[in-house]
Ligand binder design. Sequence first.
Ligand code: 13P
Ligand code: SF4
Length: 318
Amino acid sequence: MDTLIDPKLDLFEEIERLKKEKNAIILAHYYQEPDIQDVADYIGDSLGLSQEAAKTDADVIVFAGVHFMAETAKILSPSKKVLLPDVKAGCSLADSCPPHLFRKFKEKYPDHVVITYVNCTAELKALSDIVCTSTNAVQIVESLPKDTKIIFGPDKNLGAWVAKKTGRDLVLWNGACMVHEIFSREKITRLRERHPRAKFIAHPECEEAVLQLADYIGSTTGLLKYTVNSDADEFIVATESGIIHQMEKENPGKTFIPAPPNNNCACNDCPYMKRNTLEKLYLCMKNDTPEVDVPAHIITAARKPIERMLEISAGLGL
Ligand code: 13P
Ligand code: SF4
């Protein structure tokens, strides 16, 4: 396999050429580096990316995101080849919920419906009744009758926020995302004093103490739309910093400040999302590897809860 790249190559041109040659589509999450976002055919949040993966007629889906996202694309389009530029692009939140432990947890609540956040492994989805994303989690919970008993996993922060928004009592799995748990309430408070006109916006994977300060809470798409529709011209952003590229593109003249982390050696870049680079994207398209595959029995079991989410979302116009 050829892994050397001629430094004279224009990777943007080469990637465009490979897209045509292989009938490939590049789907990128907002947390990808700017160069990857700029070569993508579609950039979006987890819901938008799964909707695109389900409807594309490309032969190859190049997933510029993390492993669970590529798995979801494979589950929805099993006949297509799904490539992930770096196969080690995992997710701390997905890792915080090993399927064998979740199965035992679920056994303690046999009369509960299981809703899982899409940020989990395919095996975990196969143990679920409905999948959700941060865009539709509130609506998915509300789609069930009020007296339904619900387990929500793996993200305890998103789960607690959804419980608060819906007034439902959810049984939460104790998982979290390392990137969204890094923000410092104290530093954000001090930063807001220095930028009194700035709106503070946060992703619901952040901890409750941080969410309490927010002017707006939403998924990456929700946050982006808020910055476009708001009259404010300054925003403090508590989510992975990659989203700021689209915020700046869609809002010329507005200022975006990444929310500060609670120590000096960490930043709010997701170390998994940022494993993908333009070079690895080019190489994976050139070499048709690494490919993400999901066992057939997991595809069969995981497809139902994902399709249920897509149906509910389509019914709500999400
Ligand atoms: P959304 O883009 O769906 O809001 O998800 C955020 C995230 O953490 C993806 O890994
Ligand atoms: Fe996972 Fe958090 Fe990275 Fe999203 S930001 S991929 S939830 S580790």
